[in-house]
Write a protein that binds this ligand. Structure first.
Ligand SMILES: C[S@@+](CC[C@H](N)C(=O)[O-])C[C@H]1O[C@@H](n2cnc3c(N)ncnc32)[C@H](O)[C@@H]1O
Length: 285
């Protein structure tokens, strides 16, 4: 557990068993024991390059699961005035609060990203998605959509590889496209050419613009126990008028529905009523 194997930025250095919940205590322990193999020690080059293209220095920018947040240092050096950092690990947050004490251009929030309520123009993805248990991926898309302003953009890097055990948890382009489909417009989702050296050829660069013309809703789902049933249910929901995309978490407990307009819960329930044990309930923020 918690062995630190590799050098800084080496994707193999955080080797942990996934039996522990990846909660506040887990992440705080990582900082306490200095088992922070994900930490690059610097801003990743493609993030820096993208930030250099943002003209509005007063844009609201969120860095979720910020860690030591080298992106924030860079943003401040470039004159950005509205930066928010959020992280679940109290030790790390305390360190950031001391570092940025008195700096009114940066807000530091201790808390769970999924409970955060605000609106931003940009959200930065840097080793946060991969730190979350994969069952939270539908929730991640839903929350990102909720936190972005009308033309807001989620940008950053995602792993384009798998890992024996996580965190980090990997994935690939097809999987991410299916997950973000219709909730976001894909400005870019492509091999990352300028990754930090230790992550070369293992990352995708993403620029995803919030799709304002879609309603993105999350539901709990009860009653499915196998992939076959999941496929039947998601196919049935996809057939509904106005539905643009449907995806279910890999433990079958959460369902993401992207549609032109929100679909009345009763209609969703009746579409899956061929099996009496299927129950769907809306999750409100
Ligand atoms: C792999 S680290 C990445 C840190 C930083 N982005 C970096 O690349 O150095 C994941 C970070 O996400 C934080 N985290 C995990 N789950 C979180 C949650 N639900 N809400 C907020 N932060 C979370 C952890 O405390 C940790 O700092």
């Amino acid at each position: 557990m918690n062995e630190q194997k590799g050098k800084k930025g080496d994707v193999e250095c955080c080797v942990v068993s996934c039996e522990r919940p990846l909660d506040e205590k887990y992440w705080n322990d990582q900082y306490q024991s200095n088992t922070t193999g994900w930490d690059l020690g610097d801003i990743s080059p493609p993030l820096k390059e993208y930030i250099d293209t943002i003209e509005n220095k007063n844009a609201g920018i969120l860095i979720p699961g910020c860690g030591n947040s080298y992106e924030a240092e860079y943003l401040l050096s470039k004159g950005f005035t509205d930066i928010t950092l959020i992280d679940i690990a109290p030790l790390l947050v305390e360190k950031l609060r001391q570092k940025y004490a008195g700096n009114s251009n940066i807000k530091i929030v201790h808390g769970d990203f999924f409970e955060h309520q605000m609106k931003y123009d940009f959200i930065i993805e840097q080793t946060f998605f991969c730190a979350l248990p994969p069952v939270l991926r539908q929730r991640y898309v839903w929350k990102m959509h909720q936190l972005l302003n009308e033309n807001g953009v989620l940008f950053g890097v995602l792993f384009n590889r798998t890992f024996d055990k996580g965190p980090p948890f990997g994935g690939n382009q097809k999987e991410y496209e299916m997950l973000f489909e219709s909730a976001f417009e894909f400005i870019k989702i492509e091999n990352c050419e300028k990754s930090f050296a230790a992550r070369a050829n293992t990352e995708l660069w993403i620029e995803l613009k919030r799709n304002t013309n879609s309603s993105v809703n999350l539901y709990t789902f009860d009653g499915i126990v196998c992939n076959g049933c999941m496929e039947t249910v998601t196919d049935k929901l996809r057939e509904m008028d106005g539905v643009l995309n449907v995806s279910m978490s890999n433990d079958f407990s959460e369902l993401l529905i992207v549609s032109k307009k929100e679909i009345v819960l009763q209609h969703l329930q009746s579409q899956i009523a061929y099996d009496a044990k299927y129950r769907i309930l809306k999750i409100n923020s």
